[in-house]
Design a protein around this ligand. Structure first.
Ligand SMILES: *[C@@H]1O[C@H](CO)[C@@H](O)[C@H](O)[C@H]1NC(C)=O
Ligand SMILES: *[C@@H]1O[C@H](CO)[C@@H](O)[C@H](O)[C@H]1NC(C)=O
Ligand SMILES: *[C@@H]1O[C@H](CO)[C@@H](O)[C@H](O)[C@H]1NC(C)=O
Ligand SMILES: *[C@@H]1O[C@H](CO)[C@@H](O)[C@H](O)[C@H]1NC(C)=O
Ligand SMILES: *[C@@H]1O[C@H](CO)[C@@H](O)[C@H](O)[C@H]1NC(C)=O
Ligand SMILES: *[C@@H]1O[C@H](CO)[C@@H](O)[C@H](O)[C@H]1NC(C)=O
Ligand SMILES: *[C@@H]1O[C@H](CO)[C@@H](O)[C@H](O)[C@H]1NC(C)=O
Length: 611
């Protein structure tokens, strides 16, 4: 992009050169007798300026063949007839920009055997006929930008073997023939603008093996196919810009390239194309600005060890993960201005000390201790003239430019997370039911909540047991083997808080006996394996219990015996009908944070309630 810009400047400078010289010469230029009316001929420097001369054709009488520069810009020339310039064998620069040229005839430039620069910008050219450039054996720079070119025909450039730069931006190319660039063995830079071309002209490009810069603007394609640039082994700079539909790069789209600079700007990429990039080990400059990219993931760019600049301006970045730039030891410029970042932590960098330029303005930054490192490094960082600002005032004085606030170090603070202790710590459920564990935490910055399984693995957002976006853990179709201690972990940059919750799931089908007495006595079990193992209920425990009840028989005793049998009967029924409700610990239960075994009173109370 930058190079292209420079290039355009250079080209403009060239187009204006004659004028500049004319203006600077102090004495009025000597008029040659053969100097055409409406031109200014400076025969000491061999420059002829016919700019703004009101010409509708190239003048009949052109000055002597020693002329090196001819400026015909800003006229109304419509057509170039064959061999009109034949006498100008020493001409080096020819500027025909800003005319009304719609057509160039074959052999129009024949005879210009010294011509190096040819500027045809801002005309009405629709096609460049084969043979239009014949005889231009020294031509190095051709500018046909801002025309109405529809395409490039096969062999258009035959015979211009020294051509180094083709500037063809601001055209509406529809086609690029397979042999369009045949013979351009010296071409180094190619600037194409092809709003109606739907794919990279891979085959045409195989003819320009010496290309070092390729600039492709406004293609109408939704992806870069595999091997799109195969054969361009010397390419150093690739710019893909203004492809509004480009959503993806196939994994091997950049295969065969050894780039130092890659720009994919103003496209529709929603992720950083890590895989297509990862063989570009010489990449120094990467620009993915103005793409709807939301995340930069951890440890994905580490294969670009020489990367020095990363530009991702005007995207939709919400988050840059810690370690995102791990192993990028040379990264000295990061420009993420104009995104949706709430912070940028020091831990995203391999070493923040290599960083010299940081664009972070125009992001909704929350000013807390995560930005302290910026305050400490503010004197050695350049912010490109736009300092980062807090999204809300840092203090009642209304400071948003925290880098200029003398007390910033004291004001940028964080609060470690605290889980709100509402959730009960022991939860019982029947097999097949759904259990929700709540966990909400406060802190500054807002903590993230994760749930760990009894095996200390974090749950994702999918699956039978999943972590919900609001911090809850959902266990669907609870199984006995789900029993165990789950842990809610809330963490932010200032610390962690944890809250263990023990789940016990009663399996009906695994045990024929409704009492599950032993498992209740053993509750809470710390490992789900133990819990299911304890489901085997020895029948004699029950017998002993009943016997004991009978042993205490009294008038009331016989009534309680009745209840016990009713209980058994109901439980049996319940098992068949599955009508038991969610088995939370009743509200009266004593909750102990240390997770020690619940007392038997609680459990028996609970059992009665469940029935
Ligand atoms: C050439 O002549 C025109 C008209 O006289 C003048 O405006 C212009 O500055 C000169 N320079 C160039 C580049 O031709
Ligand atoms: C190019 O595409 C645009 C729409 O994308 C259309 O308006 C225009 O007519 C097309 N030009 C040509 C020459 O097909
Ligand atoms: C860009 O991509 C999004 C989806 O990723 C799509 O909805 C949108 O239409 C695309 N824009 C263009 C111009 O193709
Ligand atoms: C890739 O490019 C770098 C520098 O641009 C060069 O040093 C290296 O030799 C190139 N590698 C290959 C395989 O061409
Ligand atoms: C980042 O990019 C923006 C927009 O191109 C520019 O204005 C700003 O100066 C850049 N910042 C840095 C630090 O390069
Ligand atoms: C979390 O979301 C689930 C399902 O969307 C809902 O049932 C539950 O009540 C929510 N929890 C809180 C604390 O809002
Ligand atoms: C938070 O927990 C992580 C591991 O889960 C640990 O590495 C880190 O040191 C903890 N942070 C604090 C402040 O306790």
């Amino acid at each position: 992009m930058q190079a292209a810009h420079h290039h355009r400047l250079r080209l403009g400078a060239f187009c204006m050169l004659a004028a500049g010289m004319a203006l600077r010469s102090e004495a009025p230029p000597p008029l040659s007798p053969s100097c055409p009316h409406s031109c200014v001929c400076d025969m000491t420097t061999w420059r002829v300026n016919c700019s703004y001369g009101g010409l509708s054709t190239v003048p009949e009488t052109l000055p002597s063949d020693t002329t090196t520069q001819l400026n015909l810009s800003h006229n109304a020339i419509r057509i170039l007839v064959p061999q009109r310039f034949r006498s100008l064998t020493r001409l080096i620069d020819l500027d025909l920009s800003d005319n009304l040229l719609a057509y160039i005839q074959v052999d129009a430039f024949l005879g210009l055997r010294s011509l190096v620069n040819l500027c045809l910008a801002r005309n009405l050219l629709k096609i460049l006929p084969v043979g239009a450039f014949s005889g231009l054996s020294e031509l190095q720079l051709l500018d046909v930008s801002s025309n109405e070119l529809l395409g490039f025909l096969d062999f258009t450039f035959r015979g211009v073997a020294r051509l180094r730069v083709i500037q063809a931006l601001q055209n509406d190319l529809v086609f690029i023939s397979r042999q369009a660039f045949a013979g351009l063995i010296s071409l180094r830079q190619l600037y194409l603008d092809a709003c109606n071309v739907t794919s990279v002209p891979t085959e045409a490009l195989t003819h320009v093996v010496g290309l070092t810069s390729l600039y492709l603007q406004r293609f109408d394609s939704s992806s870069l196919p595999g091997h799109a640039f195969i054969g361009l082994a010397r390419l150093k700079q690739l710019v893909v810009t203004d492809w509004p539909r480009l959503e993806a790069l196939s994994a091997n789209s950049l295969v065969g390239l050894n780039l130092t600079s890659l720009t994919i700007r103003k496209c529709n990429l929603s992720t950083v194309p890590y895989v297509p990039l990862h063989h570009l080990v010489y990449l120094v400059h990467l620009d993915l600005s103005y793409n709807p990219i939301t995340y930069i993931q951890a440890n994905q760019l580490g294969e670009l060890p020489r990367l020095q600049e990363l530009h991702l301006v005007g995207g939709r970045l919400l988050h840059i993960e810690l370690m995102a730039f791990a192993r990028l030891t040379h990264l000295n410029l990061l420009n993420v201005s104009g995104n949706l970042l709430s912070t940028l932590q020091e831990g995203v960098f391999h070493s923040a000390h290599a960083l010299q330029n940081l664009g972070l303005d125009a992001n909704p930054l929350s000013c807390d201790c995560r930005l302290l490192w910026l305050v400490r490094r503010r004197s050695s960082l350049s912010f490109g003239g736009h300092a980062p600002m807090c999204s809300s005032a840092l203090h009642s004085w209304g400071w948003r430019n925290f880098l200029e606030c003398a007390k910033a170090e004291a004001l940028l603070t964080c609060r470690p997370p605290r889980i709100k202790r509402h959730q009960l710590q022991q939860v019982r459920a029947d097999q097949g039911h759904t259990v929700l564990f709540y966990c909400s935490a406060e802190g500054d910055p807002a903590p993230s909540v994760t749930w760990l399984s009894p095996q200390r693995r974090a749950f994702g957002e999918v699956g039978r047991i999943r972590a919900l976006a609001n911090g809850s853990l959902e266990v669907r179709f609870a199984q006995p083997q789900d029993s165990g201690t789950y842990c809610c972990v809330a963490s932010n940059v200032a610390g962690n808080d944890t809250w263990p919750v023990t789940l016990h799931v009663r399996g009906f089908s695994s045990s024929p006996n409704p009492f599950h007495l032993k498992s209740w006595l053993a509750f809470p079990s710390t490992s789900p394996g133990d819990a299911s193992g304890s489901q085997e209920l020895p029948i004699d425990v029950k017998t002993v219990l009943i016997a004991a009840s009978i042993g205490l028989l009294s008038f009331f005793g016989s009534v309680s015996l009745c209840f016990i049998f009713m209980f058994l009967w109901y439980k049996g029924k319940g098992q068949r009908k599955h009508t038991a409700t969610i088995a939370y610990v009743p509200r009266s239960a004593v909750v102990r944070r240390d997770g020690s075994a619940g007392n038997y009173m609680d459990t028996s109370k609970f059992t009665m309630k469940l029935m």
